[in-house]
Design a protein around this ligand. Structure first.
Ligand code: GLP
Length: 223
């Protein structure tokens, strides 16, 4: 990702939340601090946002990104885009997001984590490969997995979200997926070795011309 920004300071980055990319954001911020890389002219689009919690909530993905990345780098905050999970008109919000990505020239590199159920963004199993940015209901496993950010209280985890669709993600010119830990091993196996199926949203990446997958040994243990 750093190479892409160095080669093109105006690059458009697709960003992800969750615990997985935190170390990567740390490295990028570090290099930015040392003057090795600048984000001053980059534009970013995040994958997804919860519905029904205020932007100011520390668990909103906007807060997460500000806290863990944007405030640590020289980015122009007006060039950072996160879906508004409280939009009065959800369809208009999602259509405007797709248009903003197109107007920016498309995403040069899309960063992805991997859900334990093989979701990407919040595209849960069953999501259409043709899907665009839209509202999705979260499945029980995702709500359980994300409860750790909400004091382990499942009832506090939002049950729906706005997310870029599978087709929106596949439009990115390159993709970098990270997955770490034993709890991702089955999803990694299904994504890499299984059939391309809606039941395993990340399996569609087998058809992307420029997708790279980075794993630790535990996440790769079933391959
Ligand atoms: C969340 C996010 C995904 C993320 C995934 C994995 O639900 N919507 O974008 O990749 O779950 O999260 P983690 O990296 O914390 O394991």
């Amino acid at each position: 990702m750093a190479d892409i920004v160095k080669a093109n300071p105006r690059a458009v980055l697709g960003l992800a939340t969750g615990s997985t990319p935190l170390e990567l954001y740390g490295f990028l911020a570090d290099w930015n601090g040392k003057g090795e890389i600048s984000f001053a002219q980059t534009t970013t689009f995040n994958l997804d946002e919860y519905m029904g919690i205020p932007v100011s909530d520390r668990n909103s993905y906007r807060s997460f990104m500000n806290e863990n990345f944007f405030r640590k780098i020289d980015i122009d905050i007006s060039r950072t885009h996160v879906l508004n999970g409280n939009a009065a008109d959800v369809e208009a919000e999602c259509a405007a997001y797709e248009k903003a990505i197109r107007d920016a020239g498309g995403i040069d590199v899309q960063l992805l984590g991997l859900g334990a159920d093989a979701h990407i963004g919040f595209n849960e199993p069953g999501s259409s490969f043709e899907s665009r940015t839209r509202r999705k209901e979260l499945l029980a496993q995702t709500i359980n997995d994300n409860a750790r950010f909400f004091g382990n209280d499942k009832s506090k985890v939002p049950t729906s979200a706005l997310t870029m669709g599978i087709a929106s993600i596949m439009d990115a010119r390159s993709i970098v997926l990270l997955a770490f830990g034993q709890h991702k091993a089955k999803a990694v196996f299904d994504m890499v070795k299984g059939p391309v199926t809606r039941d395993v949203p990340a399996s569609i990446l087998q058809r992307h011309p420029n997708a790279r997958i980075y794993l630790d040994e535990a996440a790769a243990s079933m391959l």
